[in-house]
Design a protein around this ligand. Structure first.
Ligand code: FEO
Length: 396
């Protein structure tokens, strides 16, 4: 990608990755992702974060086109995950006098990943760094996404270089700024980036939002996705809603099913919920839909109903993987329903109950377990489960 000016002397350097299938080798990115770095050219030159290392050649070409023979004085490291620090070692080799700017945890991570840094400038909450006309201020926002994570606020243009916060999956297909793009494209991808990557750290995100609130921010420049300059509320409002578990009235139903019997049980529950007036119902087959998308909807809707057959005396493996991912993310304040079936020893519903105990969501109805295919009595029980869920949601 070509570099783009955020102001006369502040540059966006972003690179589109349409080759990687799985971000962090876990999360599907069918629409790709961008890695964004920023360059401030002043009496001193500062680079803010780097990019994934496979883009280094193009990245360096762009830097040299902008600054020519001048050297980079500072490399500000907001976040050490290698999608942003991947080119750090190469930058240090190309500009051996560069001073790394970070907090105590940043430098510990630099040493762990690469080598002990030689030229460092240690910053804390509220520290400032003068570049000439531009002054940078630093604020730590631990666990959004890693313990060392911080943001950099540029005081002249009031730009917040926010790291992963307010970032998105999805490449930048020409448009870089929010007002250059139909944001419908990013509606799901911004949320998936949040729920997949930062979703575990909602309380930390809430603390970060409150901590940054006093700053007069005119532009948010994240390390992935669009630069927000026209409608900052678009992304700020969403982050606040998601990270505070402000859930909508709706139900996610997930099942594992080898031969369709557990699926039939899910369909009965879904239909009854619809009859009871629940309009947001999403039914997923855990073997087909990646957890990335299911987790996303779990962060939208308050109800979650999960079904599993018995499989090798346990629950269905793909359901197990999903529930393990949910336990990692630990979203709060959901209503839960569980159901399943077995033929001889069981193990599906038994282990769903273990999940229920661990996740501590409110179980709205006693677990339902059928032997083999669904019978009339069982259908009635499933409708009662749906009724109990609908009652809870309608009472909100
Ligand atoms: Fe985009 Fe936590 O890295």
């Amino acid at each position: 990608m070509q570099y783009v000016n955020l102001s006369n002397d502040i540059y966006f350097l972003g690179y589109n990755d349409r080759r990687t299938h799985l971000f962090e080798n876990i999360w599907p990115i069918p629409n790709g992702i961008s890695y964004n770095s920023y360059l401030i050219v002043d009496d001193k030159i500062a680079l803010i974060d780097t990019v994934e290392r496979s883009f280094f050649d193009e990245y360096l070409d762009n830097i040299e086109e902008i600054i020519g023979d001048r050297k980079i004085d500072y490399l500000v490291i907001n976040h050490m995950e290698p999608d942003h620090s991947g080119a750090l070692k190469s930058i240090m080799q190309r500009y051996p006098e560069v001073t790394l700017v970070g907090n105590k945890k940043t430098f510990a991570f630099v040493e762990s990943f690469y080598k002990e840094p030689e030229n460092v400038h240690l910053v804390h909450d509220g520290s400032v760094l003068e570049l000439g006309k531009h002054r940078l201020q630093f604020q730590t926002i631990p666990m959004v996404h890693w313990p060392e994570t911080m943001v950099t606020y540029e005081e002249t243009n009031k730009i917040l270089f926010s790291g992963d916060a307010f970032g998105s999956y999805g490449t930048l297909d020409g448009g870089v700024f929010d007002d250059e793009i139909n944001l419908d494209f990013y509606e799901v991808e911004v949320m998936r980036y949040f729920t997949n990557i930062v979703g575990k750290y909602c309380p930390h995100t809430q603390r970060a939002i409150k901590k940054l609130a006093p700053l007069d921010i005119k532009m948010i420049a994240a390390t992935h996705g669009p630069v927000w300059r026209s409608d900052l509320d678009w992304v700020l409002t969403r982050y606040n809603k998601w990270s505070s578990y402000d859930l909508d009235k709706g139900v996610v139903i997930v099942y594992g099913s080898m031969y369709g019997n557990t699926q039939k049980m899910a369909e009965v529950i879904a239909r009854r919920l619809a009859e009871r007036g629940i309009k947001n119902i999403r039914v997923y087959d855990a073997s087909k839909t990646h957890a990335s998308y299911i987790i996303n909807d779990i962060f939208k809707y308050k109800g979650f109903i999960v079904g599993s057959p018995a499989y090798n005396n346990s629950m269905f493996p793909n359901v197990e993987i999903l529930l393990s991912t949910i336990e990692h993310m630990a979203p709060k304040d959901h209503y839960l329903g569980i159901f399943g079936n077995f033929l001889w020893n069981g193990g599906g519903v038994k282990n769903l109950k273990v999940f229920a105990e661990k996740i501590k969501w409110e179980l709205v109805y006693d677990p339902i377990e059928e032997k083999g295919a669904m019978k009339k009595d069982n259908k009635e029980q499933l409708c009662k489960l749906a009724d109990a869920m609908a009652d809870k949601l309608m009472a909100e």
